[in-house]
Design a protein around this ligand. Structure first.
Ligand SMILES: [Zn+2]
Length: 131
C-alpha cells in the first residue's frame, strides 16, 4: 500500500463498530439475555439462541443496517449466504453486505460500483490516456 497521504487512517480499522463484541460485558455462554437482535427486531420475530444474525446486528444500530440489507438482498438470501461462510469470516461478510446494500439504496443504478469506478478513475487517470 503506502498511499498514506490521502487515506487518513481512521482508528480501529474497518470492523470496529459492528457490535460484534456483544453487549453485556461477556457474561458467559448463555447469550440471548436481552431481547431480539437487530435483524429479528426488524422482522418482528423471536430471536432464537442460534440466530445467525445475532452476533452481527445489535438491537440498536443493527436494525437500520439490517433494514437496508433486507430491502436489497432479502433476509433469507442473506441468511443462506452467511450459512455458507465459515463463522470467523462472517463478520467481514456482514460488513460488506451492509456496505453494498447501503450503496445500492443510495444509487439504485450503480450501487457500490459507483465508488469502485470513481476509485479506479483516481488510480488510473494519471497514466491512462483514452484513445
Ligand atoms: Zn436474531
Amino acid at each position: 500500500m503506502g498511499i498514506g497521504s490521502s487515506v487518513d487512517g481512521t482508528t480501529g480499522g474497518h470492523n470496529s463498530n459492528n457490535g460484534v463484541d456483544g453487549g453485556g460485558g461477556g457474561g458467559g455462554g448463555g447469550g440471548g439475555g436481552g431481547g431480539p437482535c437487530g435483524a429479528c427486531k426488524f422482522l418482528r420475530r423471536k430471536c432464537v439462541n442460534e440466530c445467525i444474525f445475532a452476533p452481527y446486528f445489535d438491537s440498536d444500530q443493527g436494525v437500520a443496517n439490517f433494514a437496508a440489507v433486507h430491502k436489497v438482498f432479502g433476509s433469507s438470501n442473506t441468511s443462506k449466504l452467511l450459512h455458507q461462510i465459515p463463522p470467523p469470516m462472517r463478520s467481514d461478510a456482514v460488513l460488506t453486505i451492509c456496505y453494498e446494500a447501503q450503496a445500492r439504496l443510495q444509487d439504485p443504478v450503480l450501487g457500490c460500483a459507483n465508488e469502485i469506478l470513481a476509485l479506479q478513475e483516481q488510480v488510473f487517470k494519471p497514466s491512462f490516456t483514452p484513445l
